[in-house]
Design a binder for this molecule. Structure first.
Ligand code: SF4
Length: 439
């Protein structure tokens, strides 16, 4: 019979731990601890506290700032999880000097960071500058899309929200009638309770929409027409690129690489895949092009190469060109024997889309043409290619490494504060990894 080493869960052992020793030089936490303690002016938090004579002592903002930024660097955004880490993770314990802040304290601290984030962010930048981490050659702005803490189904113009609210009210009244009928029929109490809960839930939704409609003003787009607003976070919106400031913008179109001779030799992922398949003697199927589809401009209907009808998806302007587009029905495309020639991916969920320009192709507006010329100029190409080494790594680091997949706060200023805290983490990492080499 096998023998195993002896162990005893009832034994005791004393493990000595000095928290300061857990914050090792050369690590992110060491840099964070050092910068917060020596470089940041935390007097910006002073006005929050009125306990100099009376009241319990508060958690030191330095402690809270350290644990929050460290948590962000580890992809943790939930206040409960940060509080849990402060009880269970030795680095969090060390950074918080084992003071174990409550999750509600952490949540409140984060939600009020918009009041103080600007000077703190600047101080970290100044530390970067002191370590020659800022080149001072170029100042570039770029954007990336990140989901807000607001669901899309809570978005709509006032007219759409009015319709939604009326629909919910009608559903509530129908359910109430059915509920009263069930009550008379002596339905089991659990069914009645479930119906009642559903009614209350819908009434709450209706009240939420009503409150929004009564308090929030109509949101207008650039042309003064109503645009969708969101009930949960009125500041959130579908992203639009607006250059209101005097910014030297570079906005590439999706063909700019094709026009750039530097990419003449390069092959896209799909082309390379097709080439490899050809080399192996396989068939490279050409995807059906719009000419392969049977579009009738009079009836505005379309049949695909398999002879199946398609539904009209869109008719309107795309890049200033009147366009009509159709899409195949999922159930047709899923079982279609031609899907390898038609769909981008044979297992894709949605049906094939195809678009047709209506009338003569219009020349692109002067703005688009001008931007193309600017992007295609030697200076434009040089500046645009710098994105790869300047701002793209920041987005990549924050989204992929730090797990910033969506904002957890609501409202423009709070979302901005959360974004800046993530950027502080990025800059502190730079100080931790590059700063020591340059110092
Ligand atoms: S994949 Fe869909 S759209 Fe394409 S030919 Fe088949 S049914 Fe028609």
């Amino acid at each position: 019979m096998a023998r195993y080493k002896h162990y005893d869960y009832n034994q005791t052992k004393m493990i000595l731990l000095r928290f300061a020793d857990q914050i090792q030089p050369g690590t992110f936490e060491y840099t964070l601890n050092h910068v917060v303690d020596t470089d940041l002016d935390l007097s910006v938090f002073e006005s929050r506290y009125r306990n100099d004579v009376n009241g319990a002592p508060a958690y030191d903002p330095a402690i809270l700032l350290k644990v929050v930024l460290f948590a962000y660097s580890r992809g943790i955004t939930s206040s409960r999880k940060i509080a849990q880490a402060c009880r269970e993770n030795v680095i969090f314990m060390a950074l918080s000097a084992d003071s174990q802040p409550h999750h509600s304290t952490i949540a409140e601290f984060i939600s009020r960071m918009d009041e103080v984030i600007a000077p703190l962010f600047t101080h970290v930048l100044m530390v970067c500058d002191g370590l020659n981490l800022i080149g001072r050659e170029m100042f570039a702005i770029d954007g990336c899309k990140l989901p807000s803490n607001a669901a899309k189904e809570w978005s709509g113009t006032r007219a759409e929200l009015n319709r939604k609210q009326a629909k919910i009210d009608r559903a509530v009244s129908r359910m109430l009638t059915a509920h009263q009928h069930d009550d008379r029929q002596d339905q089991p109490p659990e069914i009645l309770a479930r119906e009642q809960a559903q009614i209350e839930k819908l009434e709450k939704v209706s009240a939420k929409i009503k409150k929004h409609l009564a308090t929030a003003p109509e949101r207008l787009g650039q042309r003064g027409t109503p645009v969708k607003g969101n009930i949960t976070d009125p500041d959130s919106a579908n992203m639009k690129l607006i250059y209101r400031l005097d910014i030297d913008g570079y906005i590439a179109d999706n063909q700019f690489r094709k026009r750039d001779p530097r990419f003449a030799e390069s092959v896209t992922f799909n082309t390379a895949k097709a080439q490899r398949r050809k080399e192996r003697g396989g068939q490279v199927a050409q995807r059906f092009i719009p000419a392969d589809f049977d579009y009738d401009p009079l009836t505005e209907t379309c049949r695909c190469p398999a002879g199946q009808p398609m539904w009209k998806r869109f008719k309107g302007l795309i890049d200033e060109q009147e366009t009509i587009s159709f899409q195949g029905y999922r159930q047709h495309c899923r079982d279609c024997s031609l899907k390898h020639q038609c769909l981008r991916r044979p297992n894709q969920q949605d049906g094939r889309q195809v678009s047709f320009a209506l009338g003569e192709r219009k020349p692109l507006s002067s703005f688009i043409e001008k931007m193309k010329q600017k992007i295609d100029s030697p200076m434009g190409r040089h500046i645009y290619s710098q994105r790869l080494g300047t701002v793209e790594p920041v987005f990549g680091n924050l989204e992929s490494n730090k797990g910033l997949s969506r904002f957890t706060l609501r409202g423009k200023s709070k979302v901005n504060a959360q974004w800046l805290m993530y950027c502080m983490v990025h800059n502190l990492e730079k100080i931790a990894t590059q700063g020591q080499q340059r110092h």
